[in-house]
Design a protein around this ligand. Structure first.
Ligand SMILES: Cc1cn([C@H]2C[C@H](O)[C@@H](COP(=O)(O)OP(=O)(O)O[C@H]3O[C@@H](C)C(=O)[C@@H](O)[C@H]3O)O2)c(=O)[nH]c1=O
Length: 187
């Protein structure tokens, strides 16, 4: 498996090895040992799956406050999405900066979104299924969002449309108004 750095410290793209033969293919979708060898030691405690029934569905930008912050390891198992991580660690040299990548059932790429980052995605196929691991329990009290089109973040979503959003995501605050309790720690 290839682990590739991005413009944001700690945000990584993981490209699994896919073994094809006359039956189809095989791939490891997660390896604790291989991530640990690469210096990524995570204890995933929950697996999530979502299905979005229409192209242009946007879920995000979401995060959980400390002490319930979550690292997410995201992949797309049907269709394709544009997946985004935003650095929202106070005092970070890349605060408010984003990274985006296409994840698809075909390319099998994964995005590692660390604690202290907001996460969201837009579906770019007729429907899409997303699966992700998290390293902290779901905690509705700590669940927060930032509006998907926040102008200071300026995510370049792949389709210039009014996306399909949840009621909650339609009313999310701006980055400036959002409650954040993550602080950048220099490595
Ligand atoms: C995230 C989550 C939601 N739920 C419930 C709450 C709610 O009734 C229903 C749908 O929740 P939401 O509307 O928050 O689902 P969704 O908008 O898909 O939220 C997800 O978006 C992506 C971008 C993420 O990064 C995830 O961490 C998560 O925030 O599922 C759980 O029971 N456990 C969970 O871990």
């Amino acid at each position: 498996m290839k682990i590739i750095d991005t413009n944001l410290e700690g945000v990584k793209v993981i490209e699994p090895v896919v073994f094809g033969d006359h039956r189809g293919w095989f791939t490891e979708t997660h390896s604790y040992s291989k991530l640990k060898e690469a210096g990524i030691d995570l204890n995933f405690v929950q697996d999530n799956q979502s299905f979005s029934a229409a192209k242009g569905t946007l879920r995000g930008l979401h995060y959980q406050l400390n002490p319930k912050a979550q690292t997410k390891l995201v992949r797309c198992t049907r269709g394709a999405i544009f997946d985004v991580a935003v650095d929202i660690r106070k005092g970070s040299p890349t605060f408010g900066k984003w990274y985006g990548i296409e994840l698809s059932a075909e390319n099998k790429k994964q995005l590692l979104v660390p604690r202290g980052f907001a996460h969201g995605f837009m579906t770019i196929t007729e429907d899409a299924e997303v699966q992700y691991k998290v390293d902290n329990d779901y905690a509705p009290d700590c669940d927060r969002g930032i509006i998907w089109n926040d102008s200071t973040i300026g995510v370049q979503w792949p389709m210039d449309i009014e996306p399909i959003l949840s009621e909650k995501d339609q009313h999310a605050p701006s980055l400036e108004e959002a409650e954040i309790n993550f602080f950048y720690e220099e490595k």
